[in-house]
Every structure is written in C-alpha cells, then in structure tokens.
Write a protein that binds this ligand. Structure first.
Ligand SMILES: Nc1nc2c(ncn2[C@@H]2O[C@H](COP(=O)(O)OP(=O)(O)OP(=O)(O)O)[C@@H](O)[C@H]2O)c(=O)[nH]1
Ligand SMILES: [Mg+2]
Length: 392
C-alpha cells in the first residue's frame, strides 16, 4: 500500500519525516515503494529546517501563515492554525499535486499532534479539503495524544485535543490514535528522546505497507494482505501495535524428528509476538470494542505455516468480540525475526477521547467564567479612568 504523508506542526512534521525515512528504507532494503510523497507543513520556520528526510525545497517543507506568525508558530492557538490552513490550503494542495508519484498513491495519511496549535488546527481543515477534491481515495489521520504531564499542567492541551479529535473524526475515514504516554513506559528518559518515540510509532507501518507491494514470488505470502484489506479494515478510531520475537531465543535442540516440540515452539514464538503487539498498542483500549481488526505475520518463509497464521487468528479472536471482522496475512520476508502487526479499528469506545470531551466541556464553562471576571475587572478600571483626560 502506498501512502502520501503530510505532517502538520512540529510533531506532525517530524513523524512525516520518519515516514519519509521508512519509504527510503523500503526502497533500499526491499526495492519497493510505499511512500509516494512526504510533506511537512508548519507556521514555524525553525521546525521545518530541523527535518532530515523530507526534501528541503519549499514545495515539500511548506511554510504557511508566514505573514501572520512571522514564522514563529501559533503558540497553541488552534483557531489561528485553522484560519491559516483555510487561507493557505492552495499552497499545500498545489505542492502535493505536482509531485511525480502523487497519482499512484492508495491513500492519504495526515499527521499531527492534538495538543499544539498549528497541527491540531490545520489537520481537520486539510482533511476536509483533500476529501472534497480527492474523494476516491481514503484519507486517514494519525493523531498523537499528549503526555500526562502536559495534560496536568496546561489546560489548552486538553481543550485543543478535544476540539481536534471531534473535528477530525467528522471528516477522516479513520484516525490512528497514538498516545505519547504509552511510549514513556518505565524508562522516563524516553520522554526526552522524541526521535526514538517517533521511530517506535512509525515502525508498525513498515511491513503493513510493504506486504502488498512485493513483486518477487518468494516474498509473497500464502495470503497476501494488500491495500484492499487495509482499506476495508480502517474505519473510525483505530489503534496499531507491533511485536517481535527474535528466533534465536527459541532455538531448540537439533532434533528434527520431534515435531511436536518444533510445532509448539513455533506457536510460542507467534503468541509471544502477538502478545507483545497487543500490549504495545498505540492506545489503551479494549479490543472487544473493535468492530474490525487485522494482523500480519512476517517471518522467514521456513518459520511460517498456515497453522501458525490460524493460531494467531484464534488468539486475536479470543480477545476481540465474536462479531469483529478479522483480516489477516502472512509475509515471508524477515530474517532471524518473527513479528506481528495488529490493527484494531472501528473502536466503539475510546476512554481517552471520552475523557478529553468531558474535561473540555467543564473547561469551556470555567474559561467563560474567567473571561467574564476579567471583563468585569477591566470595566472597573475603565470606569475609574472616566474623568481622566487622554492624550490621544
Ligand atoms: N511523539 C511526538 N510528540 C511530539 C513531538 N513534538 C511535539 N510533540 C507533542 O506535540 C504536542 C505539541 O504540539 P506541536 O506539534 O509541538 O505543536 P504545533 O502543531 O507545532 O503547534 P504550535 O507550536 O502551537 O504552533 C505535545 O503534546 C508534544 O508532546 C514529536 O516529535 N514526537
Ligand atoms: Mg510548533
């Protein structure tokens, strides 16, 4: 499957940059194309300069709202981000359309954080505009949710997230929710290492996008997971996970006749990777809420059997609901590694999103009250100055 990736704001731009890197890797390691174009859009010149894989010309690193912000961002005011996006949308769409491979893409992936101003304000606007123009291709969003410490200290973080998620959900075909907090884990030093987090966030897309693009027979699975399967799976709120198990740690004593041991070891490797993929999901969610799901098993051809693929299907069936539609595929590619990619989609409930909506509704009341207090006080000062002459 081939994506055009457009990142908005600092976080979106950096993740789009990571997708550009993934595209280069697919080309050099596997000789296939998965990213037909990668763009970064920002109101901040410095953020655009800091990228490394996206082409450095103005048509790939697109500065918007330069006149309004002086190239310094919108300082978390998402309404301003949205306004600038409306004014400068042609610049973005023209740049995208003129790239060589644009028409070969299967889908758009728009990326941003929900908490900032530029990314969270622009992503719903551009999703809507691109949908109006290219309605025949699916438009997906990848939205990064803030760290807990940001939610606790800055109320705009929660408010922007709620507004961004509500707006994006009404226009995007599916939204990958990726929660920054899930990547901090026990190792809090990761918090300071955004580029490491970004690599982890993008990694699950590698095999997922590559599997259906393989041309060589030896890399085509018994059951290929192609763009059609992915498009049919992606609807609404979506989480993605990836787990791997190095084959060497499961090496058995060399006794080829004892097949039952070989088989159980093979299943162990599969379930190990599957469990990891589930525990590493990009979002804390209940798999039973997913109306659609997919899993992709990638391993060296000799390590894979249809039985193993089926076993993993049973595993996923156990944790999802009886009516979840599950699609699957095998991908004979990896060396020395067995890995599993999982997508849970059309999630009927997402606690985190509900929480943002609830907290923001309260905040809106508080913010209105505070605004009124300020207005009252200002009026008081003005009244006191009523009889003072002015020099203007
Ligand atoms: N995973 C990840 N999160 C990031 C990155 N950069 C920023 N964030 C998160 O994104 C949120 C802030 O949004 P930004 O993308 O910096 O904001 P912006 O869209 O550039 O908007 P303004 O700076 O307000 O104009 C916070 O929750 C950060 O933790 C990144 O490179 N990776
Ligand atoms: Mg910024």
């Amino acid at each position: 499957m081939k994506f055009v990736v457009i990142g908005f704001g600092q976080c979106g731009g950096r993740i789009a940059d990571e997708f550009a890197r993934l595209g280069k890797r697919a080309k050099s390691q596997r000789g296939i194309e998965i990213i037909t174009g990668a763009f970064a859009v920002n109101t901040d010149t410095a953020d655009l300069s800091g990228l490394s894989c996206i082409k450095p010309d103005y048509q790939h690193r697109i500065l918007i709202g330069g006149r309004k912000t002086g190239g310094h961002g919108v300082g978390k005011i998402n309404e301003m981000g949205a306004e600038i996006a409306r004014e400068d949308s042609d610049k973005i769409i023209d740049a995208m359309r003129t790239t060589r491979r644009f028409f070969e893409s299967d889908a758009f992936l728009l990326v941003a954080s929900s908490a900032g101003g530029t990314g969270s304000g622009t992503i719903p606007i551009l999703t809507q505009l691109i949908k109006e123009r290219y309605g025949d291709k699916p438009i997906y969003n990848l939205i990064v949710l803030p760290f807990e410490h940001e939610e606790a200290t800055e109320e705009r973080t929660v408010y922007n997230s709620a507004v961004c998620l509500k707006s994006a959900y009404s226009v995007a075909d599916a939204i990958f929710l990726i929660d920054n907090q899930r990547y901090v884990k026990k190792d809090s030093s990761v918090r300071n290492n955004m580029s490491h987090i970004n690599t982890l966030m993008v990694e699950p897309f590698y095999n997922l996008l590559c599997a259906g693009e393989e041309k060589k027979r030896k890399h085509i699975g018994a059951k290929t997971l192609d763009a059609g399967d992915i498009i049919q799976t992606l609807v609404g709120w979506t989480a993605i996970g990836y787990g791997k198990s190095p084959l060497s740690i499961f090496r058995l004593p060399l006794d080829r006749n004892r097949n039952f041991r070989k088989k159980s070891a093979e299943t162990n490797k599969g379930t190990y990777a599957m469990n990891e993929a589930i525990s590493q999901l990009s979002l804390n969610c209940n798999p039973r809420d997913a109306a659609r799901a997919l899993y992709l098993l990638a391993a060296p051809a000799r390590e894979m059997s249809m039985e193993l693929v089926k076993e993993l299907g049973d595993c996923l069936r156990d944790i999802t609901s009886q009516d979840t539609i599950i699609r699957s595929g095998d991908y004979p590619r990896e060396k020395g590694l067995l890995d599993v990619t999982i997508v849970l989609s059309e999630l009927k409930d997402v606690g985190k999103v509900r929480e943002y909506y609830g907290k923001s509704t309260e905040l809106i009341g508080d913010m209105k009250k505070r605004r009124e207090d300020i207005e009252d006080k200002l009026q008081g000062i003005e009244k006191a100055a009523k009889d003072i002459p002015s020099l203007l």
